[in-house]
Design a protein around this ligand. Structure first.
Ligand code: NAP
Length: 394
């Protein structure tokens, strides 16, 4: 086993730059390359990836995604030293990792990392490393300079585990978004809210990302971008073939994809205009006055669901005819809330819960932004018995 001396770092984005800088500072002969030619001056760079790899006994990839890894490796393939180890820290799909392993053979080490730029700087990444014994032992000194190595049996599993870890991060960011939106709606001061959130389950994230989360965010540099996390969630949803809400919610975040992931937690609640037809719908139920339903729905709308075991599809006129023009006698005990609204450009979906006496309705809406504002294009509902809370537990 030989310890690598010369390291080529391909991709000098946020992670690649930090990794190259740390390895250089620890005495390795590092040469970097990045597609844009951007150079911070922290490490020696070259404009040609072939030059970078020609002398390297370890080639480290810190590239955006699987296609970038494939493209760059194809470009340098002929200049790789025959004894070079290729160490890939990029977050890519399990199938892409398998494909690279197949192409590169025993020289390939798949090593996606948990932790961001600050963790690289102090060698505190958690690294999920999958490779043959020889390549792994050759890469180990470099890996250990960057963090703690966790051996994983195969490259596909290492790539999949990394995606699952990032799914929990995406969940945390979106949970933080919900908390901040609710706090804003209650008029709570942001600083006080962050102080309290730091004490709870999201504490680590809030503490690390505080400069991005404050009322007037400071000019902090993005460490991990919304675009990169959205890419990971899209890759995960594709790989698992299982619906993943965070993938769409991150892609549709109204913020620069180059912003830090924490910025995704600070985007304002959905614009009021999309709530207008939902509020008109609520007024229709509260008053029994069908005029509100005509405001809420497009005239072409259908209201559909299962009623007494049979599928019903009412046109708007038929639906409006069900309402007598006055409130239900038990209106004071009824309640309605909007649970979810997801906007995707000119269309949106919404879910609402209506508690009407012994019945609870889950209403699912499809909304469209037309010339005169948002309207409900269609509604489907599920009727189920209300949860009866025993009197003694109320
Ligand atoms: N940032 C984090 O906290 C973090 C943590 C763990 C894992 N990761 C993963 O690590 C990898 C790098 O992340 P990062 O944050 O450093 O991303 P980044 O700042 O966006 O950098 C991406 C790098 O990939 C290069 N690149 C993109 N598309 C390319 C293509 N088609 N061909 C050649 N090069 C291409 C970019 O080159 P140019 O910009 O020079 O064009 C840049 O060097 C990603 O897979 C990411 O998911 C990131």
């Amino acid at each position: 086993m030989t310890t690598p001396h010369t390291i080529a770092v391909l991709g000098l984005g946020r992670m690649g730059e930090a990794i190259a800088t740390r390895l250089d500072a620890r005495g390795w002969d590092v040469v970097g390359w990045t597609r844009s030619g951007r150079a911070s001056g922290a490490v020696r760079t070259t404009g040609d990836p072939n030059d970078a790899v020609a002398k390297a006994d370890l080639v480290l990839l810190a590239l955006f995604d699987g296609p970038a890894c494939r493209q760059v490796l194809d470009d340098v393939r002929d200049r790789l030293r025959t004894d070079a180890v290729v160490l890939n820290t990029s977050t890519i799909a399990p199938a892409e990792a398998s494909e690279l392993a197949r192409r590169l053979g025993p020289a390939y080490v798949h090593a996606p990392v948990l932790g961001s730029v600050p963790a690289v700087a102090v060698g505190a990444l958690q690294i999920l490393a999958a490779a043959g014994q020889d390549a792994l032992e050759r890469a180990r000194p470099v890996l250990e300079a960057l963090g703690t190595v966790r051996h994983v049996d195969d490259v596909r599993t290492a790539a999949a585990l990394k995606l699952i870890a990032n799914n929990s991060l995406a969940g945390a960011v979106l949970a933080l978004r919900d908390s901040l939106r609710q706090a804003d709606a209650l008029g709570l001061p942001r600083g006080q809210v962050l102080d309290i959130l730091e004490l709870g389950r999201l504490g680590g994230l809030v503490a690390r990302k505080r400069p991005f989360l404050a009322d007037q965010p400071g000019a902090a540099t993005a460490e991990f971008t919304i675009g990169a996390l959205a890419k990971d969630m899209a890759v995960l949803a594709d790989a698992s073939d299982t619906p993943l809400r965070s993938a769409a919610r991150l892609v549709d975040t109204p913020a620069d994809p180059e912003s830090d992931i924490a910025v995704a937690a600070t985007v304002p609640a959905v614009e009021d205009a999309v709530l207008e037809p939902l509020r008109a719908y609520i007024r229709g139920h509260a008053t029994g006055d069908p005029t509100h339903f005509r405001d809420a729905f497009l005239p072409t709308a259908h209201i559909e669901g299962i009623r007494d075991g049979a599928f019903v599809s009412w046109r708007l006129d038929e639906y409006c005819a069900l309402f007598p023009g006055r409130s239900a006698p038990d209106e004071p005990t009824r309640s309605r809330r909007i649970d979810v609204v997801d906007v995707h450009g000119t269309v949106a979906t919404a879910t609402m819960t209506l508690s009407h006496g012994t019945d609870t309705f889950t209403d699912i809406f499809l909304l469209v932004r037309v010339d005169d504002g948002w309207r409900i294009a269609n509604k489907a509902y599920h009727r189920h018995p209300s949860l009866q809370i025993p009197r003694e537990k109320r």
